[in-house]
Write a protein that binds this ligand. Structure first.
Ligand code: FNR
Length: 361
């Protein structure tokens, strides 16, 4: 019997063994009752396939274009914070794995390697994720550092005016390290005898007044295309189009923010319909199988992002673990395409899946 993981889910158990409890809980956990955390995955299970047969699937092409960048498959790396708590090489290992898999990595604002260190470590296609700070000068500075260092887009996370309540972190008195991008600018190591120091930091630093009208300011400090991450309704998708975004990411922050938000795969289709093909729509949350990637594409996403599985791969096997997580999802997607009769990602259509809504009709 092999002890090597044969699917992405098995990396979670390895990560649990590899990490101190405080860090494992931080990476794995969700907000409050963790209802949405379970739903993000359960909702995929309720979608079944309508496979088509006797299609030539002897060659399968999973490659796709995201904002003009050609990647090997529609599976990208979501921004996740403080990766050195998972592995000493942190975000650099993740970036190298992204380069090896020829996909896009989104670097978190709250990273433990700097924008510059990650940029010089390899030639991965990189986007930079942003939370807006009360100190706008610091946000602007970081965006400009990303632009100077070859990051190709800004991903503004819009679901975090405050940090969600993650009870494991409060119990564990979660302590995060100094966030590298802020070194010499501000200290992010706040003392928290009460609960999680990340929560305290977010409360002190994040600008909860930031609203749609302020997007203009962000666009004025960079020439990079802007994606918004954290859209869950058609109403907000339309607002995002009005302010001129280049892409929309349907996300509930991996269920770490508002518990009882819908599973992202449940709302993807209505957002896609509202957007009407004007900009790409990506989705994340609960993607653990190639079949999940296929379902997201069938419901209109151009690509998916993967959060926790990447961190679990990193925690258990460093760069190689991240690479294997992405490769496993790609291999499973390829097989799913073969078995549903799709030789190209463009062949994946709405008619290949059946959702709860279809069953009611
Ligand atoms: C995140 N996520 C996140 N998002 C973001 O915009 N900036 C960030 O710094 C972080 N940090 C972060 C840390 C950890 C430990 C997790 C698990 C998640 C959310 C992330 O980008 C993504 O939306 C979810 O992780 C997707 O869900 P899955 O794939 O984890 O189920």
């Amino acid at each position: 019997m092999t002890t090597e993981p044969v699917n992405v889910n098995e990396f979670q158990g390895l990560a649990r063994q590899a990490l101190p409890k405080m860090y494992y809980d931080f990476f794995a956990g969700g907000a409050e009752d963790q209802h949405t955390l379970k739903e993000n995955m359960e909702a995929f299970r309720r979608i079944t396939f309508r496979p088509r047969v006797l299609v030539d699937v002897s060659k399968i092409d999973m490659s796709c274009n995201i904002l003009g960048y050609r990647i090997s498959a529609p599976v990208m790396i979501a921004p996740t914070s403080v990766q050195k708590l998972a592995h000493p090489e942190g975000e650099i290992a993740t970036a190298r794995a992204a380069a090896a898999c020829n996909t896009i990595m989104i670097l978190s604002y709250m990273s433990t390697c700097t924008v510059e260190e990650v940029a010089s470590s390899c030639n991965a296609i990189r986007f930079f994720q942003l939370y807006v700070y009360k100190r706008r000068d610091i946000s602007a500075l970081l965006v400009q550092r990303a632009e100077r260092n070859g990051y190709k887009a800004i991903v503004l996370t819009v679901d975090t005016p405050r940090l969600g309540r993650r009870e494991a972190d409060i119990k564990n008195k979660m302590v995060a390290p100094q966030l590298k991008n802020f070194e010499g600018l501000i200290s992010t190591e706040l003392d928290s005898n009460e609960g999680s120091n990340i929560e305290l930091f977010a409360k002190e630093a994040f600008d909860a007044s930031f609203s749609w009208k302020d997007i203009e300011w962000l666009k004025s400090v960079t020439n990079l295309p802007l994606l918004v991450k954290g859209i869950l309704t058609p109403e907000d998708a339309l607002k995002a189009l009005e302010v001129g975004v280049a892409g929309i990411i349907v996300s509930n922050h991996g269920a770490r923010q508002l518990d009882y938000s819908p599973a992202t795969i449940e709302v993807l289709e209505e957002v896609v319909q509202a957007v009407g093909g004007k900009v790409p729509v990506l989705v994340d949350g609960g993607i653990r199988r190639g079949t999940d990637v296929f379902k997201a594409l069938a419901l209109g996403a151009q690509a998916v992002l993967v959060g926790r599985p990447v961190v679990f791969g990193l925690a258990s096997k460093g760069e190689d673990g991240v690479r294997r997580v992405i490769e496993m999802l790609k291999d499973e997607l390829e097989l799913t395409m073969a078995l549903t009769g799709c030789s190209n990602v463009k062949d994946i259509s709405r008619s290949h899946v059946k959702t709860d809504r279809d069953r009611l009709q």
